[in-house]
Every structure is written in structure tokens, then in C-alpha cells.
Design a protein around this ligand. Structure first.
Ligand SMILES: *Cc1c(COP(=O)(O)O)cnc(C)c1O
Length: 395
């Protein structure tokens, strides 16, 4: 089918919830995507921090093909080996003892919110249901997760949102301390805010939040949907300062593009979920579990986190050089390969100009260019993007 026909058909048959670039992607390989007209693009979006191993990864493709021929789905009424193996690897590599599988980030956070409330109600403690989240946060688009999300534009038109949520500015410890009381069951935050504009916590902030939760007996939930799976240079971002949450959510890169989400917790917390407490038809289905398992094995085998740390440092240095050179650049921030460049002007024209030159980047909060390439990105790819940015920023 021709490009224009696909675009027209999409726009006429699919809910218009997305503002899309006028391009139809046809295939990918590693860092590169090709559109239907054969034009190549270097992908510094990676499906929004999803395809961390790059596109069309051979090992994951093989694992999926093998599993698809063997068993795709049976329901969580029964046991399967891929689900057992994936859970065991996640438990081995994280603070957690137990996993609940869903199909997306929002579902993982939904499960975390339910677990936090059940943790107290299950002990017969009433009135302890409040969840404090951060302004500028992003936790998803279901009713509970859009309520948790600290951005008004995400909630517009969907009132009434759920009761039992409150918000404080990110990185503002006194504000959190002020709101903390015995009605709070959990504090939920991203170790680096992604959609919020690549906002990093001050060093020591997460530790103080942890200590405050402990002092009040509240749970700490880290939404690592964007920061997890090696994105910041360690498998999970909580490892940098070794601040251990009670609950962690994962999705995006967990399946390198397969729809999978996971909510992880220590056993002392997860045991609040009993038979019938929560469920998902597709959660941890053998097909996606086999794919995600191969993703984790590849991370280990190919030392993806080490590569991310090294190339992340290189990339950030290059962006800082651009900042020195171009007055329009206000700030460079982020960690590993979750990097942002805040501009003093709108970001959209820069994104469009890069797009025309064959580079995919995106923009959050209107003026923060976000760079979230596959973690296999090379210094050569980075040099090419930086040369493109250098010319685009000069416009
Ligand atoms: C993307 C994202 C989500 C939502 O994930 P979906 O799979 O789109 O539901 C939640 N939290 C964070 C931090 C995210 O980046």
C-alpha cells in the first residue's frame, strides 16, 4: 500500500488520539528504521525508551518464533515455564521477591496502587489509602494512573478523578514531609522524571524520601517504567544511590517492544495480594515472557548496562559542548541514555528539522529535547546526531 493511502486509512479508521509524523515505517534493524519509501532514519526515540536492544533483534525474534510454535497462551489458571523463568530472573536481579505480570506500564502502576492500598486494608487498617505523587510526573492513562499523574492536561475532561491522591513538587523534600501523615499508604515517584522533562533528583533526595516513608510506615513505589531496563546505566535506576523501594513497576523496555508490564515487590508487601485479589488475562503469557526472558539474557551476555553507561557519558559530554556553542540551549541533563536538552525556545521545529535530516528525536514539556536511543547506540551514531543538532540549533 502507498504511504498516502495508509495515512488516510489510519486517520479515518483510528481514534485521533495521536499527533503523528507523516511517515509510515516499514522495517527496522538495530538503530535504523526505514519508511515505506526507503528513506533511512537513525532512531533516537526507540519507541519511547522501549526498543533498548534495537529493532528486529535476532535473538528475541528467534525466542518469539520458537515460543509461538510451541505455546502462545494458556491463561494464568495454569503454570508455564517461560513465566516462571522470567520471574526468577527479575527476582534475582532486583530487590524484589515477587512479581505480578500485566501488559503495560499503566497496568503495572494500577497493580502497584491496588497493592499499596491492600497492604493496609488487608491488615484491617482503615483510612490509610492516600497516595502522594509528584507534579510533572507521568504514570499512565487509566483512571487510577492518570489520577496519579501530576499533570492537569492529562486529566482534562475526565473528572471526577479518583479520590485519595495528593501531589507535591518533585525534589522538594520539605513539601513532601509537610503532607506526610497517617492517611498516606504510599509515595510514588519516578527515579528520574521522563515525560516530565528529564528531571533528575538531587543527590540524597530519594534517600530522604525513603527514610520519611519508613518513619511513617508508608510504602515507597518507584515507577521505573522509563528508567528501568538499563536506561540510566544500571539495570534499575534505584541502584545508583541504592535506595530500595517497596514496590517497583516496569514495562516499556522489558520486552523490547512486546506488550508486557511487571509490578515487583518484597514478599512482605506482595503477600497482601491473595488468590483473587488481582488478575490479567494476558499477564505473563508464555509468548511475551519468552521474549522478555531473552531480552534479560541478552542484557547480561552483551553487558548492555556497561555500554549504556559509557556511551551515555560520551553523549552527554557532546551535548554539553553544544550547550556552550548555542545560546538557545538552556540545560543538558539526564543519566545514562535518558538525556534531555532544555531549550529557550520551542522544541517542535528542532524535532521536525532533525526528522527531515533522517534523525528521530522527540520533545517533552514543549521545550526539552529528549534522547532515548536503543542502548546499543555507538559513538559514531551519536556523532552523526550531534552534527545534525549542531546545524539545526544554528538555524
Ligand atoms: C510510559 C510510562 C508509563 C505508561 O506506560 P504505558 O505502557 O503507556 O501504559 C508510566 N510511567 C512512566 C514513567 C512511563 O514512562
Amino acid at each position: 500500500m502507498k504511504k498516502d493511502k495508509i495515512i488516510t486509512q489510519t486517520d479515518s479508521c483510528i481514534a485521533n488520539t495521536y499527533g503523528r509524523y507523516k511517515v509510515v515505517f516499514d522495517r527496522g534493524e538495530g538503530m535504523t528504521l526505514w519508511d515505506t519509501e526507503g528513506k533511512a532514519y537513525k532512531d533516537f526515540v526507540a519507541g519511547i525508551a522501549v526498543c533498548n536492544l534495537g529493532h528486529a533483534h535476532e535473538g528475541v525474534a528467534q525466542a518469539l518464533a520458537n515460543q509461538a510454535r510451541r505455546l502462545v497462551h494458556v491463561s494464568n489458571l495454569y503454570y508455564t515455564q517461560p513465566q516462571a523463568d522470567l520471574a526468577a530472573v527479575l527476582v534475582e536481579k532486583s530487590f524484589a521477591d515477587k512479581v505480578f505480570f500485566g501488559n503495560s506500564g499503566a497496568e503495572a502502576n494500577e497493580a502497584a496502587i491496588k497493592l499499596a492500598r491492600k497492604y493496609f486494608s488487608g491488615k484491617g487498617i482503615t483510612g490509610r489509602h492516600k497516595i502522594i505523587t509528584m507534579t510533572q510526573s507521568f504514570h499512565g492513562r487509566t483512571m487510577a494512573t492518570l489520577t496519579a499523574t501530576g499533570q492537569d492536561k492529562i486529566k482534562e475532561g475526565f473528572a471526577p478523578v479518583l479520590p485519595g491522591f495528593d501531589y507535591v513538587p518533585y525534589n522538594d523534600f520539605p513539601a513532601l514531609k509537610h503532607k506526610m501523615d497517617d492517611t498516606v499508604c504510599a509515595v510514588m515517584l519516578e527515579p528520574i522524571q521522563g515525560e516530565g522533562g528529564i528531571c533528575c533528583p538531587d543527590s540524597g533526595y530519594l534517600k530522604k524520601v525513603r527514610d520519611l516513608c519508613d518513619a511513617h510506615g508508608a510504602l515507597l513505589i518507584f515507577d521505573e517504567i522509563q528508567t528501568g531496563m538499563g536506561r540510566t546505566g544500571t539495570l534499575f535506576a534505584y541502584e545508583h544511590e541504592n535506595v530500595i523501594p517497596d514496590i517497583m513497576t516496569l514495562a516499556k523496555a522489558l520486552g523490547n517492544g512486546l506488550p508486557i508490564g511487571a509490578m515487583l515487590a518484597k514478599d512482605s508487601v506482595m503477600k497482601a495480594f491473595v488468590t483473587g485479589s488481582h488478575a490479567s488475562t494476558f499477564g505473563g503469557t508464555p509468548l511475551v515472557a519468552a521474549g522478555a526472558l531473552e531480552v534479560l539474557r541478552t542484557f547480561e551476555r552483551e553487558k548492555i548496562c556497561d555500554h549504556c553507561r559509557e556511551t551515555g557519558v560520551y553523549f552527554k559530554k557532546k551535548l554539553e559542548i553544544l550547550k556552550e556553542k548555542h545560546k538557545v540551549v538552556d540545560d543538558v541533563r539526564g543519566r545514562g541514555l535518558l538525556l534531555g536538552m532544555k531549550l529557550k525556545s520551542e522544541g517542535a521545529p528542532m524535532v521536525q528539522a532533525c526528522f527531515e535530516k533522517g534523525f528521530l528525536i522527540n520533545c517533552v514539556q514543549g521545550n526539552v529535547l529528549r534522547f532515548i536511543p536503543p542502548l546499543i547506540v555507538t559513538p559514531k551514531d551519536i556523532d552523526a546526531l550531534v552534527a545534525c543538532l549542531d546545524s539545526v540549533l544554528a538555524l
